[in-house]
Design a binder for this molecule. Structure first.
Ligand SMILES: [Zn+2]
Length: 345
């Protein structure tokens, strides 16, 4: 599932590629993904609106539209958004360079859109580009509702999602933050509000309980967060939003902390290390445009690059790069965690 760095990559791409564009049409063969409106109502409400910009909170993506509406998208397991230039239309040179200036990947010759992983298109937004002042005629529909006239649409925002778990919600911008699932989110891991002090607060520190050695009985007063393994706490979106399965393992390896350690067992200096590792790993992953563990792709259809420098995630059975110990895989809350038993204490 895309985590904070992957969703941030999509947000940055959308702000470069479609900000300022106007929605001229919409097509879907899976309207069930639209959670709060019928397809007809959804279309009626978005056509003609301008895209003001994209943003995110944790793994949740928002596209703000003119007239006080916001599209809220959760990519879930396999969803990803692609921005394509259509017939007779090319991105302005400057815009295109900014999109593909990622030196690490994106061999320009490869047609990523042709990759199988990008072929499960279930929703299409048809857009016109305001920057070019190009006059695009309105889209026309054939009997099955699919917009036929690609020559009239300058660009498309296409949603590929093989598992079809992704969700789309359109609501008033003001109301989005009050949706149950958005309200339930904790602080975003890359936001300025997620300070070291905030992290300590989340972990219940400073707390009055004596430090305890691993394996010794848990004091009766230790409840709630103290009693939880740090590997579970990092993934809890209601505490910190944005960290999922991939980055939890990488962050804990970077900090040298065993994922099974209970919060109460973690020392002050280790909390500091952990905080630094959260910021460091996520920042690096954003810079490398995320990890394409399975279906995640950027808006050009290209995979992220962070998988090239993964240290433990999905490395079970391989040697630790630091100490040659074999990386282990365990399960926590039905999800795999990877760690080095020698580097992580
Ligand atoms: Zn090691």
């Amino acid at each position: 599932m895309p985590e904070l760095p992957e969703v941030q990559t999509v947000v940055s791409d959308l702000n470069k590629k479609i900000k300022g564009d106007t929605i001229t049409g919409f097509w879907s063969d899976w309207p069930k993904a639209i959670k709060n409106l019928t397809l007809e109502k959804f279309k009626k409400l978005i056509i003609g609106r301008k895209i003001l910009g994209a943003r995110r909170l944790g793994k949740n993506l928002f596209i703000d539209l003119s007239g006080g509406k916001t599209l809220y998208i959760h990519l879930k397991m396999t969803g990803h958004l692609l921005v394509k230039a259509q017939a007779n239309f090319q991105f302005p040179i400057s815009n295109f360079q900014s999109i593909s200036n990622d030196k690490i990947s994106n061999s320009k010759k490869h047609d990523y859109f042709a990759d199988k992983v990008n072929s499960y298109i279930h929703h299409i937004w048809y857009l016109t580009d305001s920057k070019l002042r190009m006059k695009c005629e309105s889209t026309k529909e054939n009997s099955n509702g699919r917009v036929r006239s690609a020559q009239f649409a300058c660009k498309t925002l296409e949603f590929s999602d093989v598992r079809k778990f992704a969700k789309i919600v359109l609501d008033d911008t003001e109301k989005i933050k009050n949706l149950k699932e958005i309200k339930a989110l904790g602080v975003d891991a890359m936001s300025p509000e997620f300070t070291f002090k905030k992290f300590e607060e989340i972990l219940g520190y400073p707390h009055p309980l004596p430090r305890r050695q691993a394996g010794s009985p848990l004091p009766k007063r230790a409840r709630g967060i103290f009693n939880k393994p740090i590997g579970i706490v990092l993934m809890d979106q209601s505490l910190i939003a944005g960290i999922g399965n991939i980055y939890r393992s990488e962050i804990l390896y970077d900090a040298g902390i065993d994922p099974r350690r209970l919060v109460i067992e973690i020392r002050d200096r280790e909390i500091k290390e952990l905080y630094k590792s959260i910021k460091k790993i996520l920042k690096k992953a954003i810079k490398m445009r995320g990890t394409s563990d399975s279906d995640y792709r950027d808006t050009a259809g290209a995979p992220g690059n962070f998988h090239k420098i993964l240290k433990v995630y999905k490395k079970a059975g391989q040697k630790c790069q630091r100490c040659d110990t074999i990386i282990k895989r365990i399960t926590m809350a039905q999800r795999s965690v990877f760690y080095c038993s020698s580097c992580q204490k």
